[in-house]
Design a protein around this ligand. Structure first.
Ligand SMILES: C[S@@+](CC[C@H](N)C(=O)[O-])C[C@H]1O[C@@H](n2cnc3c(N)ncnc32)[C@H](O)[C@@H]1O
Length: 260
């Protein structure tokens, strides 16, 4: 099916780096992971990449938006499940559970966060990892926009705008919006304001670590979003961030924990 420059295609082009996410998960796991559970999966881009990177690997991708998840396509090695991440069935114990692009913020209360992480602990195989990303630092509760340009096939230039529209440091609730504008040699071919709007609870790194430990997971650690190094065979290496000076004033990190 030809989809053109719809909001999901533009999101995958501008927002995601599933290749790096899958490499990072493999490196944090540090064993031979096989089953990925991608919660809040959206179009399941990390699941698709996981089965490309891992011979015989399998993925379970869960999202409550049927139309978005349908973009995952068909593979005998990916099981898409339309539903709530809290209630979706245990299909197979996962070696890695991944919650990407700040989706952990879809959970708004600490009670619900700990309950969700307890579910995750019960869905992991022994030694399996839970990983989610979050942002923090000086600009975490600032409103404003960041604009970046990307190039799509056919000479299309895409301007991607990430807007933090509202941010309340008293409740840690934020409203974020993504806008796209695409042009070919100056002719606008797509202009999608508010392509995605999110109402998130912005969880800090220590809040996530505490909740993970309370949920029965161990070894809570923080990693940069991109692997530290990648060898010629595509294997990534990561070291946990232990010195706050490594983070910069504003940062995006992955927070992980492991089932014993
Ligand atoms: C920010 S998007 C992230 C999508 C994907 N993880 C990515 O990296 O592109 C959040 C996704 O979570 C889904 N979602 C929100 N609450 C959910 C829930 N309780 N259960 C399942 N999916 C949920 C939304 O439909 C949306 O696709």
């Amino acid at each position: 099916m030809k989809r053109g420059l719809d909001r999901h295609t533009l999101y995958e082009l501008c927002v995601q780096s599933p290749r790096h996410a899958a490499m990072l998960l493999r490196a944090i796991h540090a064993g031979s992971p096989s089953v990925l559970r991608e919660d809040f999966a959206g179009t399941g881009a990390v699941s698709r990449e996981w089965i490309r990177q891992i011979r015989g690997g399998r993925a379970i991708a869960i999202d409550h938006d049927k139309a978005t998840l349908a973009r995952i396509g068909r593979s005998t090695r990916i099981r898409p499940i339309v539903g709530d991440v809290m209630k979706a069935p245990l299909v197979a114990r996962a070696d890695a559970i991944f919650v990407g692009n700040f989706s952990i913020g879809e959970i708004h209360t600490r009670g619900a966060l700990v309950a969700y992480l307890k579910k995750c602990a019960s869905r992991l195989a022994r030694g399996g990892i839970f990983v989610c990303d979050t942002y923090g630092g000086q600009s975490a509760f600032k409103v404003g926009s960041v604009r970046r340009q990307h190039h799509a096939p056919g000479g299309v230039r895409v301007t991607y705008t990430w807007e933090q529209r509202e941010a309340d440091p008293l409740t840690a609730m934020v409203v974020n919006a993504i806008h796209f504008r695409a042009d070919r040699a100056g002719d606008v071919v797509a202009d999608i304001a508010d392509a995605f709007v999110y109402h998130w609870r912005l969880w800090s790194v220590p809040e996530l670590r505490d909740a993970m430990l309370e949920a029965g997971l161990g070894d809570a650690a923080v990693y940069n979003q991109l692997p530290d190094a990648v060898d010629s065979e595509g294997n990534a290496y990561v070291e946990p961030v232990e010195d706050p000076d490594e983070l910069g004033e504003s940062f995006i990190v992955c927070v992980s924990a492991r089932r014993a």
